[in-house]
Design a protein around this ligand. Structure first.
Ligand code: TYM
Length: 337
């Protein structure tokens, strides 16, 4: 069996990028009988960028309801909250001790923060916590703890998965003594839509404030957000460059290849931006509306979601605990058993 694992950080409202990049491919993979899926809410990761407990709690509920509405079956998928698995932070420490500082210096998220400080004329490390700096080690622990073979993610996470391979290989080499404690994971990327653009054409991201929410606010908000996608001022009838903004890429993420070809051709032939946005809304809403209905029913029942997460945590701990025992022993710590 192939083990597939992925997580979403609980700091915001799920958006189309999360759905297309991670949730949709992960739910599809979980239906394969040869796949053993582990999907989780990354709430330890949330603490790195958010000090508002109420927001983390709300986001956790929204993300959990989103996974379930998107078709995750908690009977076949191990679905859990990262912070319910105490073995993960313990493994993080074991991995931290074998992770080269130079590797962390190269992490994009950290480097972007340093660059922003330098551009602003501030101290390079201003506002950068050890949490942000060590973020890739925590993520490596998430993945290695469950010996995942495949990790469905958007392109922005690929570097983190490569780092998890490096760190896992290093640990195997130092302590394995011929045994491979860790499987080295591979990123699973949807090649056509590895990075979904947001309203302004940059990567759709909470940090750029350019997201289109998946369910929140209903069809109304979806339509309003699509209306705000930035386009140029070409008039109806004028030929348009389908690659000059996010419309065609968003359209492609929710349609068959031949429909996308027709959409792009219509733009080139002078379709108005207003009509192009109306067609995009219809296409996305046709896919999202049935899920949105399930989402609304689920979010109204937080106690049921809590039961599902606790059952998932029990299953996940049963996998994590024996591996962690073996690792403690391998590095020279006392076994708990
Ligand atoms: P996060 O919460 O930023 O994003 C969750 C998932 O959504 C994908 N994604 C996108 N995909 C395509 N286009 C976009 N515009 C877009 N925006 C977001 C992300 O690539 C990701 O797959 N560190 C991770 C969470 C995490 C994790 C893990 C993932 C923690 N531990 C272990 C996999 C395995 C993060 O912050 O993702």
């Amino acid at each position: 069996q192939t083990r597939v694992l992925t997580g979403i950080t609980t700091t915001g409202t799920p958006h189309l990028g999360n759905y297309v990049g991670a949730i949709r491919p992960a739910v599809a993979a979980s239906l394969d009988p040869d796949v053993d899926a582990f999907y989780f809410l990354a709430d330890y990761h949330a603490l790195i960028k958010c000090d508002d407990p109420a927001r983390i709690e709300r986001s956790r509920l929204e993300i959990a309801a989103t996974w379930l509405a998107a078709g995750l079956d908690p009977e076949r998928v191990t679905f859990y909250r990262q912070s319910d698995i105490p073995q993960i932070p313990e493994l993080t420490w074991l991995l931290t001790c074998v992770t080269a500082k130079g590797l962390m210096n190269r992490a994009h998220a950290y480097k972007a923060s340093v660059d922003a400080n330098v551009t602003a004329g501030e101290d390079p490390d201003s506002g950068i916590t050890m949490g942000l700096y060590c973020y890739p080690v925590l993520m490596a622990a998430d993945i290695l703890m469950f010996n995942a073979h495949r990790v469905p993610v958007g392109r922005d996470q690929v570097q983190h998965i490569e780092m998890a391979r490096d760190v896992g290989a290093r640990f195997n080499h130092l302590f394995g003594g011929g045994r491979e404690f860790f499987v080295l994971p591979e990123a699973q990327i949807e090649e056509d839509i590895a990075t979904l653009p947001g309203l302004d054409g940059r990567k759709m991201s909470k940090s750029y404030d350019n997201t289109i929410p998946l369910f929140a606010g209903g069809a109304r908000l979806l339509k309003d957000a699509i209306a705000r996608i930035v386009t140029d001022s070409r008039a109806p009838g004028e030929p348009k460059d389908p690659d000059s903004n996010a419309l065609a890429t968003l359209y492609q993420a929710f349609s068959e290849a031949e429909d996308t070809v027709a959409y792009r051709a219509a733009l080139s032939a002078g379709l108005s931006w207003g009509e192009a946005k109306a067609r995009l809304f219809q296409t996305i809403d046709a896919q999202v509306a049935p899920l949105r209905e399930r989402y609304e029913a689920l979010i109204a029942r937080p106690a049921d979601i809590e039961d599902i997460l606790q059952a998932g945590a029990t299953k996940a701990r049963a996998v994590a605990a024996p591996l962690l025992e073996a690792l403690r022993e391998a590095v020279g710590l006392r076994s708990f058993l």
